[in-house]
Design a protein around this ligand. Structure first.
Ligand code: ATP
Ligand code: MG
Length: 400
């Protein structure tokens, strides 16, 4: 066996500590799958026969995040590891959490409760794989297949339908035929899921390297008919061309609104229960896209667009316009701006008031400052007090 990658070796301490106390412990799930596929490893998850109480005693830094479901976080050398006790699950009657979990002694039933064969692999400290459901074979064949009967598994937790789509998008895999049929049979149950769970999976689907693969499945299996927002538009048909991965949900919101204007950003983000941050970013991106449509790329656009949104804006232009705006264009424009912030303007509200002593104070001050700001940013007036004052004389404030 080749030496394990660093991320795994750093986690060995946890497995060894648990084993030294007389229990079993394995790497499990996504990390084993991604190791096989030579993808970058996300989180390292560990499954163990030790109960959460034992784990709490064995390690100094343990966060009991989901202790009743058998999950705790162990911190070691500044990294968090999810450590979950072998368990079998009861029914998911609220479609969010299993009603009950039972801790067990052996790993086999724990692997059996996992969603897909490619996610049901475990690996011991020496790199030996436990593969009870031909997960390795499916990894080689690029197949997403449920562990056990698809209809039963999707009924237990319909979120698995969206996870299948999400993995098809992240990994570029196909959904195995029987699993596909099971999705068709159970997809109406998606409507009972908590929106936050749906949105999380959709976000990962849109960000996957093979996003078109995922979108094709959503379309082919008509899953969109049962999903908030997507039920309102045949996304694949209204997209001007195949898209590249969209890294944030705000981009997806802005894209959908651009493709179907009567779906407002407020409505989309409400239906998807997005955070305020996503709402704000979506609105800002939308404003930039509208401005770009009218004026093209100029100083004012870059001045107003937060640098954090450069990548998002660039990816959106790639879909919505004939030519993509590259982030390097945005960065170099930003670099050459005459000012970066309003406070740098060489005139302020008080100066304006003293220029027009007969006018009562009012909204005209802000309006004029914004007009000046725009002229300075666009390079139409140099940022010098006397030149700005000259400009004001020719463009006096509209007051009433
Ligand atoms: P990621 O790279 O996104 O972390 P992952 O496969 O690790 O992918 P997680 O959501 O972190 O996915 O879940 C960890 C493991 O737990 C999965 O690999 C799978 O074995 C199991 N799992 C997660 N969610 C479910 C579910 N809804 N039903 C059954 N098993 C699940
Ligand atoms: Mg994971």
């Amino acid at each position: 066996m080749k030496q394990l990658p660093n991320a795994f070796r750093e986690a060995l301490f946890i497995i060894q500590t648990i084993e030294a106390a007389g229990h079993q412990a394995y790497f499990v799930g996504g990390c084993v799958r991604d190791l096989f596929l030579q993808r970058s490893i996300g989180d390292i998850d560990i499954t163990t026969s030790a109960t959460p109480e034992v784990i709490l005693e064995l390690f100094d830094q343990v966060i009991p995040v989901g202790i009743e479901h058998g999950t705790v976080i162990v911190r070691h050398a500044h990294v968090s590891y999810e450590v979950t006790t072998f368990r079998v699950e009861g029914k998911y009657s609220d479609q969010r959490h299993p009603d009950s979990v039972e801790f067990i002694e052996k790993i086999d039933k724990d692997l059996e409760r996992r969603d897909f064969t490619i996610n049901a692999l475990a690996m011991d400290k020496n790199g030996t794989i436990i593969d009870l459901f031909q997960g390795e074979e499916d990894l080689k064949r690029h197949l997403i297949r449920t562990v056990g009967n698809g209809v039963d598994r999707f009924k237990e937790d319909p979120l698995r339908i969206l996870r299948a789509i999400r993995f098809s998008s992240q990994l570029g895999f196909s959904i195995e035929e029987e699993t596909k049929q099971a999705i068709l049979a159970v997809k109406p149950n998606l409507e009972g899921l908590a929106i936050e769970r749906i949105t999380k999976e959709l976000q990962k689907t849109f960000a996957g390297d093979s996003v078109t693969n995922g979108l094709n499945y959503i379309h082919e299996l008509e899953i969109d008919k049962h999903l908030p927002v997507l039920k309102e538009l045949p996304l694949l048909q209204v997209l001007p061309r195949p898209i590249k991965p969209l890294q944030s949900l705000a981009e997806v919101v802005c894209l959908i609104h651009s493709l179907k204007q009567d779906l407002s950003i407020r409505a989309i983000t409400r239906n998807w229960k997005c955070s305020n941050k996503i709402v704000k970013e979506s609105l800002q991106l939308h404003e930039a896209i509208c401005y770009y449509k009218l004026h093209g790329l100029d100083n004012w656009l870059v001045y107003q667009l937060l640098p954090d949104l450069h990548n998002s804006f660039s990816r959106l232009t790639d879909i919505l316009f004939p030519k993509k705006v590259e982030t390097i264009q945005l960065a170099s424009l930003l670099d050459s701006l005459p000012i970066k912030h309003r406070s740098e303007i060489k005139i302020n509200g008080n100066d304006l008031v003293s220029m027009f002593p007969n006018e009562t104070k009012g909204p005209w001050i802000q309006k004029l400052l914004t007009a000046i700001e725009k002229q300075v940013v666009l390079g139409n007036i140099r940022n010098e007090t006397s030149l700005i004052k000259d400009w004001i004389k020719w463009n006096p404030p509209v007051t009433n």
